[in-house]
Write a protein that binds this ligand. Structure first.
Ligand code: MLT
Length: 316
């Protein structure tokens, strides 16, 4: 098969695929490069960091299969995919484990000032008396977007003896029953989640209704001294409003893995604050998770070339 890999996936898998197929790699390329590289391709594999526009896909008359090596679909023109009848398969589960673990790590990092204490100690400051922190135990964990990733975060919070509450756009009765029975996350509305949370963790997809959804009016309603964690998408949290909420002391700290402006050389407006943790969209970057994504891609491609591809079978 003729495959274009437009984002970095497990390097060992890339090598294996190169032995099996005609593979071109153009990681994180701009639109004009993608348009030329995709011309004769049948399969496109991609993650975040590239934009798969209608123009890119239009350049590939033989394109049939798109594999999203992860979860989000905010960087692909879904209307075009549907209109042309292309097959798009996501591989959300392995990355969800990694993102959820990292969100939880961010909470502990924020509550105990781990990154700031580390940076002070590297400069010889033994700041033991200043570096007091907070327990997660007994606190309210609010999850905005209690789907695949958010539910995992909630489950971890419950084990930590947190009071986990969450909201989700489309809560089916079966999901509510299952999650309440097994995870002890209490479902409620957005309003209660943001007003009661000591730790507010954001896990919604980026779409018109979630753009800028965590803004000044939300920060104003939050508890004094709450923490915010965003591993969803840049643009969901208004960074200028967050900056103001942190500077005024309304929020005690924030951790962001995703940013309004992402990429080499971009500096967050929050970068000067010591009570903020910033990472470069690495939530799904756990080696094990990427290895599993690679294996799942292999199975998708094997099924596709055998003519037995059932997209539903690859979702779970
Ligand atoms: C995802 O949506 O799965 C994550 O953002 C990981 C990624 O593609 O980089």
């Amino acid at each position: 098969m003729r495959i274009l890999i437009a984002s970095s996936i497990d390097p060992k898998k890339v090598e294996q695929l190169k032995q099996q197929h005609d593979v071109i790699c153009a990681f994180n390329a701009k639109e004009d490069v993608l348009k030329s590289q995709i011309k004769d391709r049948e399969v496109l594999i991609f993650r975040s960091g590239v934009t798969i526009s209608a123009a890119v896909m239009e350049s590939a008359p033989e394109l049939k299969l798109l594999v999203r090596a992860g979860s989000g679909t905010d960087n692909i023109d879904l209307d075009y995919v549907e209109k042309r009848g292309l097959t798009l398969i996501r591989v959300p589960q392995p990355g969800a484990k990694a993102v959820a673990e990292m969100a939880f790590g961010m909470m502990i990092g924020l509550a105990r000032n781990i990154v700031h204490a580390d940076s002070l100690l590297r400069r010889g400051r033994w700041a033991k008396s200043e570096m007091t922190g907070y327990l997660l135990n007994g606190k309210t964990l609010g999850i905005v977007g209690c789907g695949n990733i958010g539910t995992r975060v909630g489950r971890m919070g419950v084990v930590w003896e947190m009071n986990a509450i969450g909201c989700v756009d489309h809560l089916t009765p079966a999901r509510a029953e299952d999650q309440m029975a097994h995870n002890h996350i209490r479902f409620t509305d957005f309003e209660e989640v943001v007003t009661k949370a000591d730790f507010l963790s954001i896990h919604v997809p980026k779409k018109p209704s979630t753009l800028n959804m965590i803004n000044k009016s939300v920060f104003d309603k939050m508890k004094d001294g709450a923490f915010l964690i965003n591993l969803a998408r840049g643009g969901v949290v208004n960074e200028q409003d967050l900056l103001a909420a942190l500077k005024s002391g309304k929020l005690r700290g924030a951790a962001l893995d995703v940013h309004e402006n992402e990429g080499e050389g971009k500096i967050s407006p929050l970068a000067d604050l010591p009570n903020v943790i910033l990472t470069p969209h690495i939530g799904a970057q756990a080696v094990d998770a990427q290895r599993e994504i690679g294996e799942r891609i292999q199975r998708i491609l094997d099924d596709y070339s055998a003519g037995t591809l059932n997209p539903q079978a690859h979702v779970a």
